[in-house]
Write a protein that binds this ligand. Sequence first.
Ligand code: GLC
Length: 455
Amino acid sequence: MSTPEVLKSAYQLLEDALLYYRGEPVGTAAAMDRELAAPNYNECFVRDFVPSALVFLYEGKVDVVRNFLRLVAELRHQQSVMAGHDRAFGLMPASFSLPARDDPSGTARADFGERAIGRVAPVDSAMWWMILLRNYVVVTGDVALAHSAEFQESMRLSLDLYLKESFETSPAMLVPDGSFMIDRRMGVSGHPLEIQALLYGMLNTAKELLLPTPDNEALLVKCKKRAQTLRSYVRIYYWLDNRRLNAIHRFRSEEFGDDIANHFNIYPETIPDWMDGWLPEKCGYLVGNLGPGRIDFRVFALGNLLSILFGLASDEQATEIMNLYETHWSDLAGVMPVKLVYPAVSGVQWSYTTGSDPKNAPWSYHNGGNWPCLLWAFVGAAVRTDRHDLGRKALDLAMNKLLDDGWPEYYDGKSGSLIGRRANLGQVWSATALILAYHFLESPDSLAVYEAINF
Ligand code: GLC
């Protein structure tokens, strides 16, 4: 298929996926497959809508994005309260469903994880909401929306919840399993990288959009300080290159006190076999998770790519992450970029990491599947690091296949050559990610949107 045909089909899918509420477009369905893998794929997911929104911003269809931001802010009030708990309005829904277009009296219904598979908490939603609000403001210049009493209140509620003192021992944020794009048990509880990158984006958004009123002063100071400490912490402790790997390999353990090297008591024996010889010079990445006695050495794509886009990784680290993609293209990108996490867990490790989840079989879905929806972040990171060559390679691979394959949600296999066994077709963020990737590389007038996703 030619590039114009692929783009036309992607735009058509986006158009077909538009959801209306009280006569206005407010979001997009996650997938347009008639045989959906789960019934809620016809809902609008907050995280899935982000690339749709960026396409709408590029196309000047800014109303949809504004309507979405308003509706989600309003829906936060639908949260139910568990007995013995207070209501924490800071959370935003994972997704929402809408009444039929010809039913003017029906109401939108938000899902805060109480209906979702596995009852997972959508911690990333409010973060994406704030980051998208900033994207909207940067592109449209409509700062009045962010400065409105309703949106200021919305941001404050989320920040109050997300910055609340808990049992932290570091500037990284502690979350339960499955609290972001990987919304299933996958060993991603604790301090997963993607959440740290999103938190960094959220804090920087707050610095720009929270009005410096006397009421906000303390909160703004907190945001600034936390962004600084989080950035240093991630750059130092999450970073893994050959030099750091050597240091970990020679770590002493059981160290006590202030002046020690092995802060988390990492046992060198936890370095997985696949790492041996895998990290060449001038390459590195941010590890997936970090905690007492624990480094998750898996490479999680979105956390690394967002860290590049948001400036959480240093410029040098960003370059080395992209070098790693170049060196290990078949492992990390394959024939359908980009692999969500490398490598897959298998055998006994699969049983205890995923809870024996057959959808997350090795090299499938969240467990080493390839997700075209990551293309926009990959190409954005490639442009930022001046690696247009890698961005083009990824885009070409997707251009050649995605439409023919019917816009699958994900691919299976080590190289990502098989359409995912349980993947939806007509997955909207697979199409919108391709549209964005194409414009970032080929359309100079996409600069405003590209800049809006960078900090
Ligand atoms: C799956 C994905 C999640 C996505 C949802 C809708 O649950 O894990 O990240 O938001 O599908 O596409």
